[in-house]
Design a binder for this molecule. Structure first.
Ligand SMILES: Cc1cc2nc3c(=O)[nH]c(=O)nc-3n(C[C@H](O)[C@H](O)[C@H](O)COP(=O)(O)OP(=O)(O)OC[C@H]3O[C@@H](n4cnc5c(N)ncnc54)[C@H](O)[C@@H]3O)c2cc1C
Length: 441
């Protein structure tokens, strides 16, 4: 019988028991909104300190001289930076090969394939930033992920995705993708690799893996706060924007942004922005983390049910991070922004998942016992595309959100594109990365 220790939503990744959080909160450049007496005028204000917002400031300082944007402010409504989805996710960083068949159906063959290519470049770009800035975030982009099929229909989708990439690579020699990166698994291979005979096939993707996203964001944030002219205000909840310039905080303070405002506020943006209310559906996801496990069952990450469930095991202590099963409570998780509580029905599914789908684990005298569980909010969009770019008719306000639950393979380079838009540069510059996200406009 599983014994739970914690019942409230308590994300493993962002918690004051971790040194990187407590030591960071003492950073002299962090200003508590209530205490600040600082000048309230900035060139650029980025609202939200998840991966999107922090990456945008990172790129503004990386790409442009300080004189271009001397004063930049990051605004966060909570005490801890990165306490939205970037601190509450599953930790997968993986191009969406397994969704490619859907992308092609929705957005066309070239666009779908190019989007996956863009995601590849995105994760390589993150890896480079991690290396350059010496960020300790347990990133591992070679462990791989396998998208698993339980039904014939799921298998057909996976095979279709593989065939699209194969075909695309035959037609395009100048691409950063490679078929060596992909491997189709049959039932036998799944049995051999998974401690389970329940999966009839899978698509293994080599160049993908996992990352402690909050540590990544804090690492990028550390870089930002070491740069001249950058402040971070916490406890600064934005409730309204007036005249594309005045940012009104809940406590009545007004912050003026002379050049640009970036809304990197995920689905929370529906709380204060009319424009996104009919475009973003805040959708709650749930994750759990097990007690340490001695045996490492899978060195790679796994997803099943067309991405509806995803899990990986820490190579350090064997703990399994598991996410998904929203299907168990279909009426409660959409249009839900409450990430402080757990859905018990979904939790029941988390608890029985491994005995159901990986029965081989039990034969090794092992049970997966959940120790910690949490929820987080994702921005699902009505057309399944991220919202990246200026608000229509307003070239001072920019959206940087709406990843439909797939922020890690998209956010870093989307933030780079927005940084370029702020500087009136071509956001989709050829050269450094390909012109792959044009259609996301
Ligand atoms: C349970 C769960 C599991 C997930 N698993 C994965 C995964 O394995 N792989 C993957 O690629 N993606 C995953 N995602 C999605 C991914 O986490 C997100 O796409 C990504 O973190 C979004 O980053 P962001 O910076 O845009 O938003 P966030 O990280 O949510 O950042 C937004 C920030 O804005 C702040 N904010 C909001 N409103 C205001 C306001 N009014 N004033 C001031 N500040 C404000 C918030 O406090 C927050 O810090 C998951 C998401 C969830 C919820």
């Amino acid at each position: 019988m599983t014994q739970k220790i914690i019942r409230n939503s308590n994300p493993y990744w962002i918690n004051e028991k971790h040194d990187f959080i407590t030591s960071f909160l003492k950073h002299p450049r962090i200003i508590h909104a209530e205490l600040s007496t600082n000048n309230d005028e900035y060139d650029v204000v980025v609202i939200g300190t998840g991966l999107s917002g922090v990456s945008c400031v990172y790129w503004l300082r990386k790409l442009y001289p300080v004189e271009r944007f001397p004063r930049i402010l990051l605004l966060e409504k909570n005490v801890h930076p990165c306490s939205g989805a970037s601190g509450r996710n599953g930790g997968f960083i993986c191009p969406s090969y397994d969704y490619l068949a859907d992308y092609v159906e929705d957005f066309g063959y070239e666009n779908g394939c190019q989007w996956v290519e863009f995601q590849h470049e995105n994760i390589r770009s993150i890896a480079q930033a991690v290396k350059e800035n010496n960020i300790d975030c347990e990133i591992n982009l070679t462990r791989g992920n396998v998208a698993l099929a339980r039904t014939q229909k799921e298998l057909e989708n996976i095979v279709k995705s593989y065939e699209f990439i194969k075909d695309y690579l035959e037609k395009h020699s100048n691409t950063k993708m490679s078929l060596d990166n992909l491997e189709l698994w049959d039932h036998e291979k799944c049995q051999e690799m998974l401690h389970s005979d329940k999966f009839i096939g899978g698509l293994f993707m080599r160049e993908s893996g996992t990352v402690w996203v909050a540590k990544l964001v804090y690492g990028l944030l550390k870089y930002c706060l070491e740069q001249p002219g950058i402040d971070l205000i916490t406890n600064g909840k934005v409730i309204r924007i007036e005249n594309s310039k005045n940012i009104i905080l809940e406590n009545g303070r007004v912050i003026i942004a002379h050049h640009a405002i970036v809304h990197a506020t995920n689905a929370y943006s529906v709380e204060y922005m009319d424009f996104v209310r009919d475009k973003i559906i805040p959708t709650r996801g749930q994750c759990s983390r097990s007690k340490p496990i001695e045996t490492i069952f899978w060195p790679f990450g796994l997803s099943a049910n067309e991405g509806g469930e995803y899990y990986h095991q820490s190579p350090i202590d064997g703990r399994i991070t598991f996410g998904g099963c929203r299907w168990r409570s279909p009426d409660t998780e959409h249009n839900n922004q409450n990430d402080s509580e757990i859905n018990d029905l979904i939790q029941e599914e988390h608890e029985r998942f491994f005995s159901l789908w990986h029965p081989g684990i039990a034969t090794q005298n092992c049970t997966v016992e959940i120790e910690q569980e949490w929820t987080g909010i994702m921005a699902f969009t009505i057309d399944d595309l991220p919202l990246i770019g200026p608000l229509p008719g307003d070239n001072k306000q920019f959206l940087l959100c709406g990843y439909n639950g797939d922020g890690m393979p998209n956010a870093f380079l989307c933030a780079k594109a927005v940084a370029r838009m702020i500087a009136n540069d071509d956001p989709y510059k050829e050269g450094e990365e390909k012109n792959t996200i044009t259609f996301l406009k």
